[in-house]
Design a protein around this ligand. Structure first.
Ligand SMILES: C[S@@+](CC[C@H](N)C(=O)[O-])C[C@H]1O[C@@H](n2cnc3c(N)ncnc32)[C@H](O)[C@@H]1O
Length: 337
């Protein structure tokens, strides 16, 4: 009855939301959080450590306090716990390259309105089609590896691969999951399958991690090429939102056909919930189709269960993997398919 009269406040805040990303990107570029960590006792000390003016330091401090990225600490400042762990450069847990990664899409998002008008033919590989060079793939996977290795270790704490012999890692990128799996299971071999520009980088990561005896990387477009046979585990992580349901169904079917009887498939991917009203990152990922002319469409847990069951998988289950970002779906190929 007495419904509050709508105001423009929420809309104005949303229209300013891009400035939050800008502040975060700028702070990472300036290494602001490392300065707060080591020189947080005053604005003057932070400014001196960063060689930026006290005025600009003060401006950033106000924005970062407002975004809860830093906190007051007596007369000075300290980083919020997640910032201290992941955005201070010298920490082994540094993930700034990933948190900063989407800065390169700044101009594309600024053109979203124009790009929505496009009705050109969709390209299966979307943004992997154009200008995707080895140098770009190296920057991309230095970024993905900074979070992927931690995610892979979490995955392996939660999924027992004891007794498994051969893993295929579709779109394996830096090889994070294969490398961590090889370290944990000395009897396991793994093949990272990825686009040709990426495989060059996967091989660098494999060599750096001393797992060349167990992990290899081969060029493959998983939407089009055949998969090697004999695997008893297939992963496809962080690839869902780039593709339509039709293409994911095809890939899941190819994986099912390639798996040994009794084998298992896992997809950790960005799924939107059943009502399509979130979470934020999977929802925004679905816009990629308009931004990069790909086939991207939203996938819900029910959609994904459908892809697996239609392919012939049993014991299909979905659970949360990385809260609000990645859901994990798994299924098992029957012993006698
Ligand atoms: C977001 S990264 C994820 C990398 C890795 N799975 C992880 O979770 O750390 C997606 C990867 O999938 C690869 N990819 C996307 N489409 C592909 C396709 N059609 N065939 C092979 N690889 C593909 C990309 O090149 C990229 O390396």
């Amino acid at each position: 009855m007495n419904e509050a009269r709508p105001t423009t406040v929420r809309l104005q805040k949303l229209s300013w939301a891009f400035t939050q990303s800008a502040v975060l990107f700028a702070a990472i570029e300036a290494d602001f959080f490392s300065a707060v960590s080591s020189h947080g006792k005053s604005i003057e000390a932070i400014a001196e450590a960063l060689s930026i003016t006290e005025q600009n330091t003060q401006r950033m401090i106000v924005a970062l306090l407002t975004l809860d990225l830093i906190e007051r600490d007596g007369e000075g400042f300290r980083n919020a716990p997640d910032v201290e762990r992941f955005l201070v450069t010298e920490k082994p847990s540094y993930a700034g390259k990933w948190v900063h990664w989407f800065h390169h899409q700044w101009n594309a998002w600024g053109e979203l309105g124009q790009r929505l008008q496009s009705d050109g033919p969709e390209a299966t590989l979307g943004f992997y089609n154009e200008g995707f060079t080895v140098a770009h793939a190296r920057r991309y996977h230095e970024a993905t590896a900074s979070v992927g290795r931690g995610a892979a270790r979490k995955f392996l704490r939660e999924v027992d691969l004891t007794g498994r012999r051969k893993l295929l890692d579709l779109g394996g990128g830096s090889g994070a999951y294969s490398i961590e799996a090889a370290k944990r299971y000395p009897e396991l071999t793994a093949v990272v399958l990825d686009l040709p520009e990426v495989v060059v980088i996967s091989r660098e990561f494999i060599a750096e991690n001393d797992v060349s005896g167990q992990v290899t990387a081969e060029p493959c477009d998983f939407t089009a090429d055949d998969f090697p046979s004999g695997a008893d585990v297939i992963l496809m992580n962080s690839n869902l939102p780039q593709y339509s349901g039709e293409i994911i169904q095809l890939v899941v079917q190819k994986a099912f056909d390639a798996l040994a009887p009794g084998g298992e498939m896992h997809i950790c991917g960005e799924m939107v919930n059943e009502d399509w009203d979130g979470p934020l990152i999977p929802a925004m990922c679905t816009i990629h189709g308009a931004l990069f002319n790909s086939t991207a469409l939203p996938h819900t847990p029910s959609d994904c269960i459908g892809y697996f069951e239609q392919a012939g998988f049993q014991d299909v289950k979905v659970r949360e993997f990385i809260p609000d970002i990645l859901q994990h779906i798994t299924g098992r190929k029957p012993d006698k398919a």
